[in-house]
Design a protein around this ligand. Structure first.
Ligand SMILES: [Zn+2]
Length: 432
């Protein structure tokens, strides 16, 4: 690749475009591809998305074609709400090419972990565990493939016995490890780096590590997704939420989420991603569901990289379908703000328990943000609030319960994330 990321991007896109235009099934589904000649023409193409009502068909076709492509590859589960999971196969060439991108975070810095314990979820049709392992191999460190299912106590024992200096895990896993009653701080003193991936790191964990574990540097292992591969990396000079864009491997459009028109340079908007790495199928203008902005000018990072810096500001919106209605995170937050204005979205989890006769909801609030015994008063306030009472009258909605819980007892997904909305596995007894 060229030293100039813009030149590299244009060259890589020319190959990507030629490949897309050579695929007859793709041209049939997306005839606009024939009107595209350079990155500037991308907006002529429809947006691709796992669930979007327009892009969903296209994404499904991409997935099917990627499985059939010669040479095999790695099949992963892409995003999508429960019950609407889709799969995509990345070629082995693609899988090899993402590793040096992931290792960019170590750059020329003198940060070289020696013994790395990988506590990401292994398997589950997710690529993060293998990706992290390949990065560790690339930087020449020793790797302990623990996985998340060993449990935090056994992992603490392993960290101590192997003198592991780096931990790769989700923030939810780290929070459980550093707040476990049975784990002695002495077991974790060899740790120097905590590399997280899979979800944003909540301020509580960041503050706790700064306060109680000053010897540990907390860094993102990168901004990436199953569908796109690596998007950005965090050099040692970038703070929380900031990443160098892999501009030679990924093209980002920042658009208004409603109109899908580009926002002004440097403004915040929704990301549309066009992967420039060779792969089985062309992922163009992929709607990842994240919002943020790109600081193209004046970034001049102290690491010396010419790659632009992006600021990841969060998810566009999470939502869940309930009783035939779409409930968004913003709606839930605005209702709760009436009673508890100081709550942030990561202080709350909405647990959905679908039963034979309908749906029960549990609004879980972090116990450090809700006084003990306040649950009933919050429940009453929600019943009196117009939007919440309308929700509770929806067909099939059986009730709402408020529960005060330690953050470590919030439900996590199979891949170790702590989502805002989560569907619980069906149980025979009702939780409330
Ligand atoms: Zn930098």
């Amino acid at each position: 690749m060229s030293d100039d990321p813009v030149l590299s991007a244009n060259q890589a896109f020319a190959h990507k475009l030629a490949h897309a235009q050579s695929l007859s099934w793709f041209c049939a589904l997306c005839p606009q591809i024939l009107q595209v000649h350079s990155l500037k023409d991308l907006q002529r193409l429809p947006v691709q998305a796992v669930e979007d009502e327009h892009g969903g068909v296209l994404f499904s076709a991409l997935g099917e074609a990627s499985h059939r492509a010669p040479g095999g590859g790695l099949t992963l589960t892409s995003g999508g709400s429960t019950g609407n999971r889709k799969h995509i196969t990345h070629s082995w060439t693609f899988n090899a090419s993402i590793v040096p991108l992931g290792a960019r975070m170590f750059g020329v810095a003198d940060e070289r972990p020696g013994v790395v314990i990988n506590c990401l979820t292994a398997g589950e049709m997710q690529g993060a565990f293998q990706y992290a392992a390949a990065i560790v191999q690339h930087v020449g460190a020793r790797l302990l493939p623990a996985g998340s299912l060993m449990g935090v106590q056994r992992i603490a024992g392993l960290i101590q016995s192997q003198a592991a200096d780096a931990l790769i895990c989700t923030p939810s896993f780290a929070a459980a490890l550093f707040n476990h009653d049975e784990i002695d701080a002495q077991q974790l003193v060899s740790l120097r780096w905590l590399y997280y991936i899979g979800e944003p790191c909540a301020p509580q964990l960041r503050e706790q590590l700064v306060r109680d574990w000053p010897a540990i540097r907390l860094r993102s292992l990168g901004y990436s997704s199953t569908e796109t591969g690596p998007i950005g990396y965090q050099c040692v000079h970038l703070g929380h939420g900031f990443y160098h864009l892999h501009a030679d491997a990924m093209f980002i459009e920042v658009v208004d989420p409603l109109t899908l028109q580009a926002v002004a340079a440097g403004e915040s908007g929704e990301f549309l991603l066009t992967s420039l790495l060779p792969d089985h199928v062309p992922l163009l203008r992929y709607r990842i569901g994240d919002r943020g902005r790109i600081l193209r000018n004046g970034a001049n990072c102290a690491c010396g990289s010419a790659l632009p810096v992006l600021q990841l500001e969060g998810r566009v919106e999470t939502s869940i379908k309930l009783g035939g209605a779409l409930i968004t995170q913003r709606q839930v937050m605005s209702v709760i703000a009436q009673a508890l204005p100081q709550l942030a979205s990561n202080d709350i989890q909405v647990q959905i328990n679908r039963q034979a006769n309908g749906v029960r909801m549990c609004l879980v609030i972090a116990q450090d943000k809700l006084p003990s015994g306040a649950e009933a008063a919050i429940e009453q306030a929600l019943h009196n609030e117009a939007q919440a009472s309308a929700l509770l009258r929806l067909p099939g909605v059986l009730g709402l319960q408020v529960q005060r819980l330690a953050r470590s007892r919030f439900e996590t997904t199979a891949t170790g994330k702590t989502p805002f909305f989560i569907e619980l596995e069906a149980t025979t007894d009702s939780p409330g």
